[in-house]
Ligand binder design. Structure first.
Ligand code: ARG
Length: 461
C-alpha cells in the first residue's frame, strides 16, 4: 500500500494484530495540519540544498497546499491501511502529485525528528489557547472582586473560623496561582521553541539541509543543538502535562470553595441557573457540577502527567516506539481544559454572593480573638501573655454563649487588668480588616491596589 513508509526489506506485511497495535492515526491525526506545514518547509530546504528542482518544488508546494485544504475540510482522512499521520499524508501527497515528485519529500527526514517537531508545534498552539482560557477565569475573579470591594467573609484555616478577610482578597487569592500558571506556560513555550527538524532518525542529516532555515520557517527560535536529544527527549511534553495538571489542581481548589460556598450551611453564594444542574428525582436541587467536574478532571490531569513520566522513565536514547505513547495524555489534558476553562469562567462570573450572610458569619467563631491579643501588644504586653488573655476572653464568651464584643467592661477587667474598655475599638470586623494594612494584607486599600495590579497583569499577558 502506498501509505506504508517502510517495507523494502520485508517479504510480507505486518500481521493484523501488529498493524492494529502500531496504528496511531486515531490520535496523531491532530498533528496533520502541522505536518503539512512542516513538509512545505522541508520541501523548501530540499530545494535550497539542490535536491529538488524549481519545478518540482512548485509542484510539491501546490500538492501540499491542496492536501492541507483537504485535511482541513475533511475531504482527506487516514485510511485503514495508514500506520500514522506521516504515512497517511505521504500517501495523500503522492495521490495529488504522483510518486516521482511526492516520493522526494521524505529525503533527509525521519518520522523521529518529524513527530518531535510537530508535537512541539501542536503544544505551542495549544498552550497559547489554554493560557487565554486561564486568563478568562482570572478575569472573572477580578470582576467579582470589583463587584464586592468591601464585603467581609470569615477567613478560615483548617476550614475552621480564623480571621475575617475581604471576599475580594479571597477571590484574588485564587487569581494569583492562575497567573503563575500562565507564567509557567510562557516559560515552557521558550523551551518548546527549539526545532528537532533536521535531526533525522537520531544522527542528523547528511544531505546538506539547513535545520536553522526550517526552524525559522516554522516559527521556532532555534534548531536543536543535539540530534539525539532532539529526537529522544520529551521533557517539553512532560512539562506541559505538569503545567496543565497544575492548572487543574488550582481550578479544583477554587472549585472546592465554590462547592462549599453554595451549600445551604455556608450560604455565601448562589450559582446561576446556566452554570448548575438539577436532580432527576429531587426537585429542589441545584448542583455545582462545573465545580465538581473541575475537581474530578484534576485527578485525570494528574494521571496524564504521571502516566507520561512513567512512559519516559529509563528509556534508553535515542527514539523508542514507547514514545508514541507521549501524545495522548497531553492531547487529553488540553482537551479537558478546553472544556473546563470556559465553564469555570462562566460559573465564577455569574456567582451571586450574599454579603449579609457572609458579614453575619465573619465574627462568628471568635475570629476577633487575634485582634484582642494584638491590641494588647500595642499597649506593651508581651504576646505570650496577650495570647493567654485573649484565650481567656474566648473561654468566657464561649461558656456564656455570647460573642467577644458582648463581654462587658467588668468581664474584661476580671480577665486582665490590661484589658481596658478601649479594647472594644478592635472588636469589629471592619476594624480588624482595616488594621491589616501592610503589603499583602486584607485591608480595603491594599486589596484595591492588589486588584488593580492583577487586572494590569491579565491585560499585559
Ligand atoms: N508514530 C510515531 C510516534 O508517534 C512516530 C513514528 C516513528 N516510528 C518509528 N518506527 N521510528 O512516535
Amino acid at each position: 500500500n502506498t501509505g506504508a513508509l517502510w517495507g523494502g526489506r520485508f517479504a510480507s506485511g505486518p500481521a493484523d494484530a501488529m498493524a492494529a497495535l502500531s496504528k496511531s492515526t486515531h490520535f496523531d491525526w491532530a498533528l496533520a495540519p502541522y505536518d503539512v506545514k512542516a513538509s512545505a518547509a522541508h520541501a523548501r530546504v530540499l530545494h535550497g540544498a539542490g535536491l529538488l528542482s524549481e519545478a518540482d518544488l512548485a509542484t510539491m508546494l501546490d500538492g501540499l497546499r491542496r492536501l492541507g485544504e483537504d485535511v482541513a475540510s475533511g475531504a482527506f482522512t487516514p485510511d485503514e491501511s495508514d500506520e500514522d499521520v506521516h504515512g497517511a499524508l505521504e500517501r495523500g501527497l503522492i495521490e495529488r502529485v504522483g510518486p516521482e515528485v511526492g516520493g522526494r519529500l521524505r529525503a533527509g527526514r525521519s518520522r523521529n525528528d518529524q513527530v518531535a517537531t510537530l508535537f512541539r508545534m501542536w503544544l505551542r498552539d495549544a498552550i497559547r489557547r489554554v493560557a487565554e482560557g486561564v486568563l478568562d477565569v482570572a478575569a472573572a475573579l477580578v470582576e467579582q472582586a470589583q463587584r464586592y470591594p468591601d464585603v467581609a467573609v470569615p477567613g478560615k484555616t483548617h476550614l475552621q473560623a480564623a480571621q475575617p478577610v475581604l471576599l475580594a482578597h479571597h477571590l484574588l487569592a485564587h487569581a494569583h496561582p492562575l497567573l503563575r500558571d500562565v507564567d509557567r506556560l510562557v516559560d515552557l513555550d521558550r523551551r518548546a521553541a527549539v526545532s528537532p527538524y533536521g535531526s533525522g532518525a537520531l544522527a542528523g542529516s547528511s544531505l546538506g539541509l539547513d535545520p536553522d532555515a526550517i526552524a525559522a520557517d516554522l516559527g521556532f527560535d532555534s534548531a536543536a543543538e543535539n540530534s539525539i536529544d532532539a529526537t529522544a527527549s520529551r521533557d517539553f511534553a512532560a512539562e506541559g502535562a505538569f503545567v496543565l495538571a497544575m492548572i487543574g489542581v488550582d481550578l479544583s481548589r477554587l472549585a472546592e470553595d465554590v462547592i462549599l460556598w453554595t451549600t445551604s450551611e455556608f450560604g455565601y453564594a448562589t450559582l446561576s441557573d446556566a452554570w448548575s444542574t438539577g436532580s432527576s428525582i429531587m426537585p429542589q436541587k441545584k448542583n455545582p457540577d462545573v465545580a465538581e467536574l473541575a475537581r474530578g478532571k484534576s485527578g485525570r490531569l494528574i494521571g496524564n502527567l504521571t502516566g507520561l513520566l512513567a512512559t519516559l522513565k529509563a528509556q534508553p536514547l535515542a527514539y523508542n516506539r514507547d514514545l508514541q505513547e507521549d501524545k495522548e495524555p497531553v492531547f487529553d489534558s488540553v482537551a479537558q481544559l478546553d472544556l473546563l476553562l470556559p465553564a469555570m469562567a462562566g460559573m465564577v462570573a455569574t456567582l451571586e454572593f450574599h454579603p449579609q450572610r457572609m458579614a453575619d458569619l465573619a465574627p462568628a467563631g471568635f475570629t476577633l480573638a487575634t485582634d484582642i491579643a494584638e491590641w494588647m501588644v500595642r499597649q506593651g504586653v508581651p504576646f505570650r501573655v496577650a495570647h493567654e488573655v485573649a484565650g481567656a476572653c474566648v473561654r468566657a464568651a464561649e461558656s456564656r454563649g455570647i460573642g467577644l464584643d458582648e463581654l462587658d467592661d467588668a468581664d474584661f477587667a476580671a480577665i486582665s487588668g490590661d484589658l481596658t474598655p478601649a479594647v472594644r475599638s478592635v472588636l469589629t470586623v471592619e476594624g480588624s480588616i482595616g488594621s491589616r494594612s501592610a503589603r499583602g494584607g486584607t485591608a480595603g486599600v491594599r486589596v484595591a491596589e492588589q486588584r488593580a495590579r492583577v487586572a494590569d497583569r491579565i491585560a499585559a499577558l
